[in-house]
Design a protein around this ligand. Structure first.
Ligand SMILES: [Zn+2]
Ligand SMILES: [Zn+2]
Length: 586
């Protein structure tokens, strides 16, 4: 068993402060006021991001001042953040930049420099204006902003519009956890329930569908307390469902209901639409009606149920877990009752794909390993970048061998805990790997990923991945499509071909648990499971905090549902290494 690094909701962490310093440095870049100061704050933000202590601890122990790159001006800003949640210069800088200019930075490939040019020289102050100006060709000629770049911005804008109002899973989860605490404190509330895409474990979330249950006679009082006492801005509290927005800009729909109504209302709030429509068809076939008013029999009698399980059972079904109530539910309903138990966090024995300061990570190998030990794991897989990833300080063969020596030493010291020698080797454009066979043969395992040359046809990308899978040294494909959720689509690939190829060669495909990726997409998990392709859940952690991201991968794995037998993160180090060795390493 182990404990996960957990963020307390009401304390300002170093990461929160880092985000504010970063925001300030971006504002400075946009106004071009003081380049040096912008760099100072950007650097301080990076340094702070690596700290795991709370800000107050850092200040109290004096550790803050000893962090490289954090001087007097930054300390003053941080003191402001601790006292007021912000600092003076940040607030001043905010007044100098129109909000719409900051919004431009959401467009893929549009950084502060280009935004400044568009704003100052092109008079563009919002995404809408940029869209309009490009389409109508009204922008003056601007340095660094040729036709091709502008066309790319247009598709970036389209992408943003398509995903408007959606949130990454981890942001929604953090907000939901905070609100759960708030609502649980209200007198009379017996359950705080989250339905919708959050409850179904999806990778992005539209709004938070919340149900509070209480005794029949308390409904009005609880409703009143909810609307009075929380930090939600309510836009509609007239009747039925309360609508509003949380202080973190996530839309909320909340109902307060008597406990007796809970099974049906939870079912309806969880969805999906497709699942509910399948259920209602099934109900009709059995002579029932399933609607907002409940499950009604042919004599118009509302059937009372004690739990959601009972509802399913009245329809002749086993309970379908929320994670599986998706579009493919027809199939799921047909096979109802035979779900394998999905992987749980407590099944994990090790974490396979992680980085250290040797490449672009923020903690050393020893620090990462010791954190893993403290959390009760059996092994840690280091998989730093390979040499082609120069931007990420990828390791040369010489540095790889040095790391191996370090691992051997640490393994002696830390036994029985084990560090496994891995690499995240780049898949080069022709599908070959970034290291030669001799070196690759020396690793315990090899994760192969694409980090550059994303502009490919589906055919080229599929071939590139399949060539990598055919390489006898490769064990796992990393972040299959390179997508960044709500930011950019991945390169197009033929999932069926790649999954079949992995099955043929006995290789694994990771479920990258970084909440920005969650790649392989869960819609393909059933096919991987059918083909018995192992799916390790890899946080791709770049610091100790990042290890906790496996929880988001586990949420997604429920949607397979992925059994622990197919998840190498739940195997012992020996089982994992022996499995890697079964690959034909000629
Ligand atoms: Zn990678
Ligand atoms: Zn990685």
């Amino acid at each position: 068993m182990y404990a996960l690094v957990h963020r307390k909701t009401n304390v300002i962490t170093a990461k929160d402060a880092a985000a504010l310093l970063k925001e300030y440095s971006i504002l400075l870049e946009l106004t071009d006021e003081d380049e040096f100061r912008a760099k100072t704050f950007a650097n301080a933000s990076r340094q702070l991001e690596m700290q795991t202590e709370t800000l107050e601890e850092l200040v109290k122990t004096g550790a803050l001042k000893s962090i490289r790159g954090i001087g007097k001006t930054v300390v003053t800003a941080i003191n402001g953040i601790i006292q007021t949640g912000t600092f003076q210069e940040l607030e001043r800088a905010k007044t100098l930049v129109p909000e719409g200019v900051l919004e431009l930075l959401r467009i893929e490939g549009l950084g502060p420099k280009k935004a400044r040019t568009l704003w100052k020289q092109g008079k563009v102050e919002s995404v809408e204006q940029l869209d309009h100006a490009i389409r109508n060709n009204t922008l003056p000629k601007l340095p660094g902003l040729g036709t091709k770049t502008l066309e790319k911005f247009l598709s970036g804008i389209e992408f943003i519009r398509k995903h408007e109002g959606r949130h990454l899973r981890h942001h929604a989860v953090q907000e939901a956890e905070r609100l759960r605490e708030v609502f649980a404190e209200i007198n009379g509330v017996s359950e705080v329930f989250f339905g919708g895409s959050l409850g179904r474990g999806n990778e992005t979330i539209g709004d938070l569908d919340i149900i509070l249950t209480c005794a029949n006679e308390d409904v009005e009082a609880v409703r009143q307390m909810v609307t009075d006492s929380t930090d939600i801005e309510w836009s509609d509290k007239s009747d039925g469902i309360l609508k509003g927005q949380s202080s973190h800009s996530i839309d909320i729909e909340l109902s307060v209901i008597p406990i007796d109504d809970a099974p049906l209302r939870k079912l309806l709030a969880t969805g999906s639409k497709e699942h509910l429509s399948q259920l209602s068809k099934l109900a009709s076939a059995k002579g029932f009606t399933l609607s907002d008013s409940g499950l009604i029999d042919s004599k118009s009698k509302v059937l009372t149920v004690g739990t959601e399980h009972d509802l399913y059972s009245l329809l002749g079904l086993e309970f379908v877990p929320p994670a599986l109530r998706e579009r493919n539910c027809e199939l799921i309903l047909k096979n109802s009752g035979v779900y394998p138990t999905p992987v749980r966090l407590e099944d994990f024995k090790g974490i396979i794909h992680n980085h250290t300061t040797a490449s672009d990570g923020h903690h050393t190998l020893r620090e990462m390993a010791e954190a893993m030990i403290a959390m009760g794991y059996e092994f840690f897989g280091v998989a730093d970048h390979s040499q082609a990833a120069a931007y990420a300080n990828g390791l040369t063969p010489e540095r790889v061998r040095k790391q191996w020596t370090e691992i051997d030493k640490l393994n002696q010291e830390l036994a029985p805990f084990r560090i496994l020698k891995g690499t995240e080797a780049d898949i080069l454009p022709d599908g070959s790997l970034d290291f030669d066979d001799d070196l690759l043969a020396g690793f315990d395992y090899v994760v192969a990923s694409i980090h550059s040359g994303f502009k490919m046809t589906e055919e080229a990308a599929t071939d590139r991945l399949c060539r990598a899978l055919e390489n006898p040294h490769v064990d796992i494909l990393g972040h299959l499509t390179g997508r960044l959720l709500l930011r950019r689509d991945g390169y197009p690939i033929d999932h069926r071909k790649v999954i079949a190829c992995a099955a043929e060669h006995g290789k694994a495909i990771e479920l990258n648990a970084n909440p920005h990726r969650l790649d392989i997409d869960w819609r393909w998990l059933p096919l991987c499971i059918e083909y018995k392709v192992p799916i390790p859940i890899n946080p791709d952690a770049h610091d100790i905090d990042g290890l906790a991201d496996i929880r988001y991968g586990v949420d997604i794995a429920q949607k397979g549902p992925l059994p622990k037998e197919l998840c190498p993160s739940c195997w012992s180090a020996d089982e994992f290494i022996n499995w890697c060795a079964t690959h034909d390493k000629r």
